[in-house]
Design a protein around this ligand. Structure first.
Ligand SMILES: Cc1cc2nc3c(=O)[nH]c(=O)nc-3n(C[C@H](O)[C@H](O)[C@H](O)COP(=O)(O)O)c2cc1C
Length: 170
C-alpha cells in the first residue's frame, strides 16, 4: 500500500478477530513509531507492549472508551520519559507523531488499531501508572489496541476547503 492510500483509507478499528498478532508485526509497528519526527530529535518515548490478558482486561475498568481491549490481541502503550525531554512542552507532540505512525503502520500491515486517549486525562494516567508500576518520570500518553479487523469501514474524504486559508485570515 502506498503512503497516501494508507493515510486516506485508515479508520479506527475497534472489533478484532481471534487471530493472534505476531511479535514481528508488533516490532514493525514499534519501528514505525520510532521513525516519527520529534523536537530536536529528542525521541522522548518508551513503548510498553501489552499482551497479558489480565492487564488488557483491567484497563476498561477505569478507561471508559477502551472496551475494545477485551478482544484485542495486543496493545501498545506510548509513554513519555520526562528525563529525555530536551525541548520543554514538546514531548506530547512527539508521542502523538509516534502514535499516528503506529496507526498507519498497523493499517498498512492489514491490522486494525485505534488511538485510545490517555494523557492529559489525570485518572487514566494515574491508573495506568499504578497498574503497570511505571516510575514517576514515565507518563502514559496513548494506548493503541491491535488485532486483525473484524469490521470494515469506508473512509470518507474529509477534505474541507472552508478550513483552508490563503496567506491571511480571513
Ligand atoms: C487524541 C485521541 C484520543 C482518542 N481516544 C479514543 C478513545 O479513548 N477511544 C476510542 O475508541 N477512540 C478514541 N479515539 C479515536 C477517535 O474517536 C477517532 O479517531 C475519530 O472518531 C475519527 O475516526 P477515524 O479514526 O475512524 O477516522 C481518539 C483519537 C484521538 C486522536
Amino acid at each position: 500500500m502506498d503512503a497516501l492510500t494508507t493515510i486516506f483509507s485508515r479508520r479506527s478499528i475497534r472489533l478484532y478477530t481471534a487471530k493472534s498478532v505476531s511479535r514481528e508485526m508488533v516490532n514493525e509497528i514499534l519501528r514505525a513509531a520510532m521513525s516519527a519526527p520529534s523536537a530536536g530529535n529528542e525521541r522522548p518515548w518508551h513503548f510498553i507492549v501489552l499482551t497479558d490478558r489480565a492487564i488488557l482486561d483491567a484497563i476498561p475498568k477505569f478507561h471508559p472508551y477502551s472496551a475494545m481491549l477485551k478482544h484485542a490481541q495486543a496493545a501498545i502503550l506510548v509513554c513519555g520519559d520526562m528525563t529525555l525531554e530536551k525541548q520543554k512542552g514538546y514531548w506530547t507532540l512527539d508521542c502523538a507523531a509516534a502514535t499516528e505512525n503506529m496507526l498507519l503502520a498497523a493499517h498498512a500491515k492489514g491490522l486494525g488499531a485505534v488511538w485510545c486517549g490517555v494523557y492529559p486525562t489525570e485518572d487514566r494516567v494515574a491508573n495506568l501508572k499504578r497498574l503497570l508500576n511505571l516510575p514517576e518520570h514515565i507518563v502514559p500518553f496513548s494506548l493503541v489496541p491491535l488485532g486483525f479487523p473484524a469490521e470494515e469501514k469506508q473512509a470518507p474524504d474529509r477534505f474541507d476547503g472552508s478550513r483552508v486559508h490563503e496567506n491571511r485570515w480571513p
